[in-house]
Write a protein that binds this ligand. Structure first.
Ligand SMILES: [Zn+2]
Length: 312
């Protein structure tokens, strides 16, 4: 179920989305009348424009990823019925479990940054979304990679060459080492090597963008904190995958995690931190455009969308 909002509500949400101090959600806040219906506000795919302070940002739809509920991906070791329970309670499909994929574009001065690149040629729609947004792939100056899984790096190459020919490709040193060690990614490595600038997580990687070491899902996974003035947005990569399962049950094992124990710990730590901070997040696999925060409702963690329904 989706909730429509209009007029002043949009304006308030837009302010809230851009200001980390606005409308802070604290544990113990009264629950809304119908918490299980708090889902992403409607946004027409494939392009969703928003602001981070004075910076222009665009969510770019790439595709959907339906995941079979067979206890291999979400809730490894649990029954499909147990995994289905919180989804059904929220009125969401339990099999397949639906993930979405949406890279983020950010402009800061002369820099045009793309965060992750989707599934790639023949699989994802990122190039169509960029065209709809009026962004020339050759104008992108920086591609910031969260980690080396195919739904994040697949779009780096196109027609046997670089999809973003003028962009530096930035990722953590640990992730670059992991990608280079993967024989399945040999072609990708050969093509992108001249463009890769690997970094040690924890510092500024582009104007207004800091990387955060969130290893676990992969050996060098990073999140990116985008800041402009008092406004902040955390690009979470694959710290969380599903807007209900990952948030309500971060302690369930996930088959997508290279190291399931390390992935679980990183996810649990992040959900706990987000629940306490009320920080604004951009979640790559949540319902498009994946903007919102993690709050506590009736004693449990929930994703609260902060997207408005303005369209491109
Ligand atoms: Zn992913």
């Amino acid at each position: 179920m989706r909730t429509m909002m209009t007029g002043a509500a949009f304006a308030a949400l837009m302010l809230a989305a851009c200001n980390p101090n606005a409308n802070p959600q604290k544990p113990g806040d009264p629950a809304p009348p119908n918490p299980t219906q708090t889902v992403a506000a409607p946004a027409e795919k494939p392009v969703y424009r928003f602001k981070i302070g004075a910076l222009d940002a665009i969510a770019l739809f790439d595709g959907e990823n339906p995941v079979k509920n067979d206890n291999q991906t979400f809730g490894v070791g649990l029954t499909p019925q147990a995994v289905a329970a919180p989804l059904t309670a929220a009125g969401q499909p339990a099999d397949p479990i639906m993930l979405e994929i949406h890279p983020l574009l950010l402009r800061n001065g002369a820099r045009t940054m793309l965060f992750d690149t989707g599934l790639g040629e023949g699989k994802g729609q990122l190039m169509d979304s960029l065209q709809k947004a009026g962004v020339d792939p050759a104008s992108i100056t920086d591609v910031l990679i969260s980690h080396g899984h195919p739904d994040h790096v697949g779009g780096l190459i196109r027609n046997g060459g670089l999809a973003f020919p003028n962009a530096a490709v930035r990722m953590s040193q640990a992730e670059w080492a992991s990608i280079r060690a993967n024989p399945e990614l040999a072609d990708l490595v050969r093509i992108i090597t001249p463009k890769v600038q690997a970094f040690e997580p924890g510092g500024e990687v582009a104007p207004g963008v800091q990387s955060q070491d969130t290893a676990g899902h992969t050996p060098g996974h990073v999140a990116y904190l985008i800041a402009n003035g008092q406004n902040q947005l955390l690009y979470t990569g694959d710290l969380m995958h599903h807007w209900i399962l990952s948030v309500e049950h971060p302690d369930w094992k996930v088959g997508y995690d290279d190291d399931q124990a390390a992935g679980l710990k990183a996810r649990l730590d992040e959900v706990t931190a987000l629940r306490n901070s009320g920080a604004h997040i951009y979640a790559y696999h949540f319902p498009f455009p994946g903007l919102g925060k993690v709050a506590t409702r009736e004693g449990r963690a929930m994703f609260i969308s902060e997207a408005q329904s303005a369209k491109d």
